[in-house]
Design a protein around this ligand. Structure first.
Ligand code: SDX
Length: 434
């Protein structure tokens, strides 16, 4: 970051001396006002619940222009990455900063493939869960439990430890997500098959069974790989900020990523794809396309608490570029499976059309986000609704790790410790206390 030829001056109407603060510029995107000395100089904090106007860090990994609907991973547009290489090439890019050469790509694929198995003890954790446990409850536990098996790589300040734990997490998340699914359906766990691609391996661990060979469908394999790419990172979103804050205490990478899994589960964040599919199902049950108008009235009624899931975004005030790519992927998968007339897909397209013509959504710049179509394509592939967020967590693990490693490698990083505006009781005595 570089000093801008600009300064911010904060003046006070009560005669408190004004304060000058430096302004810094990045390479693209908004400048920042450096308020780090504000409390020392003014005795006051800034106030920004939800962080609508707060940059928590400097980062060179992912850039979003919300007005243009632009998303860049290390400078490369998501539209190009979705059609260039595969998810592991995107992982390499996010972790190392550049796309891999052919040899670097082959070596990275081989390295990840060598770590896809989990310790045999991990399966005994699952036995402690009810069979109908939500897979995100299982996954939060399993990811955190990984730290119990890798005492050789839990020092986050050690670059070698960060490197090997990154590979282990990227390699093992598909295995753990598939195990949480198999446990829920009462089928035996499938071991990874390293002759398959990353996405092909996941499909086989999910839908293969020991009693017969599983043939990977290349269209589904490619679609899943693209879904992983689209979800890989997204600047300082809620779960990434959680991972950064958690990791800032110096805890091990597995624990920090487990915190990200837990945060992603929320319906306002990664849980929105599951909530969106449930919403479409509800509209279908109400009567389908003919009832979309009635549903939209509920959404516009603030007292209903009903939101159009898969719509809206804190940063995108234009169409989420990932939603466009996800819709294309949806078309490909439904065509491959002969489901072009999938009623939920037709309903989703109608809901999108109606919303984009309705001033309530247009005036609030509410557009489809990554979660709007992802549920439909995952359901078509055969992934159960309650596993959608687990798939999101699988894909986002590399982004969390890249952001965590960038923070730890930033010489300016400190433990995150926000302050507050205290609105509680002033000091008072317990009755009878001296
Ligand atoms: C993800 O941050 C990321 O990058 C996240 C993510 C990633 O890759 O990590 O992109 C992934 O989490 C995508 C978002 C998935 N969530 C959903 O689809 C849930 C539905 N969306 C909303 O909950 C909401 O849009 C948020 C949470 C995504 C964003 O909320 P904001 O930025 O806090 O906006 P807001 O709630 O202040 O809304 C502004 C206005 C309000 O109306 P007014 O009070 O101004 O009248 O828009 C309305 C809101 O009521 N609004 C919606 C709406 N989203 C916002 N109204 C109806 N349906 C919606 N979905």
């Amino acid at each position: 970051m570089k000093l801008a030829d600009n300064k911010a001056t904060l003046s006070f109407s009560n005669g408190t001396p004004s304060i000058e603060m430096p302004v810094y510029s990045g390479n693209i995107g908004p400048d920042v006002i450096d308020i780090r000395k504000l409390y020392a100089q003014s005795g006051m904090f800034t106030y920004d619940p939800g962080f609508l106007s707060t940059a928590s860090c400097q980062s060179g990994i992912t850039f979003i222009d919300g007005d243009k609907g632009e998303l860049l991973y290390r400078g490369y547009p998501i539209e190009q990455l979705a059609n260039h290489g595969d998810y592991l090439d995107t992982c390499y890019l996010l972790l190392k900063g550049d796309l891999p050469s052919e040899k670097e790509s082959a070596d990275f694929h081989k390295l990840v493939n060598n770590h896809t198995m989990v310790n045999e003890q991990m399966q005994f954790f699952l036995r402690g869960f009810r069979r109908d446990a939500h897979p995100m409850a299982v996954l939060t536990g399993l990811v955190g439990a990984l730290s119990a098996f890798y005492h050789d790589s839990t020092d986050i300040t050690n670059p070698e430890h960060r490197e090997i734990s990154a590979i282990r997490l990227i390699a093992k998340l598909p295995t753990l997500v598939a195990m949480s699914y198999k446990y829920g359906v009462g089928q035996p766990f499938m071991y990874p098959q390293n002759s398959l691609s990353y996405s092909g391996n996941f499909l086989r661990m999910m839908f293969g069974v020991p009693c017969e060979d599983y043939v990977v469908n290349p269209v589904l394999e490619r679609a899943l790989d693209r879904i992983f790419i689209l979800h890989a990172d997204h600047e300082q979103n809620a779960s990434t900020s959680t991972v950064r804050l958690c990791g800032s205490s110096g805890t091990n990478p597995f624990a920090a990523i487990a915190a990200g899994v837990a945060c992603l589960w929320g319906p306002a964040h990664g849980g929105a794809n599951e909530a969106c599919l449930k919403m479409l199902d509800d509209i279908q049950k109400m009567g389908g396309i003919s009832k979309v108008g009635e549903f939209m009235e509920q959404v516009k009624d603030k007292n209903s608490g009903v939101k159009l899931m898969g719509f809206g975004h804190r940063v995108y005030k234009n169409y989420d570029p990932r939603a466009k790519l996800m819709q294309e992927t949806c078309n490909e998968v439904l065509a491959e499976l002969g489901l072009e007339n999938d009623p939920l897909f037709k309903l989703a397209k109608q809901v999108e059309k109606i919303a984009l013509e309705d001033d309530y959504f247009v005036s609030r710049k509410l557009y489809p986000n990554v979660d709007f179509y992802s549920g439909i394509v995952q359901r078509a592939i055969g992934i159960p609704v309650n596993l959608f967020t687990g798939v999101f967590a699988l894909a986002r693990t590399v982004g969390w790790i890249a952001q965590l490693n960038e923070m730890i490698g930033d010489p300016e990083y400190k433990i995150g410790r926000p302050r507050q505006l205290f609105t509680g009781s002033p000091s008072r005595n317990v009755p009878g206390a001296k």
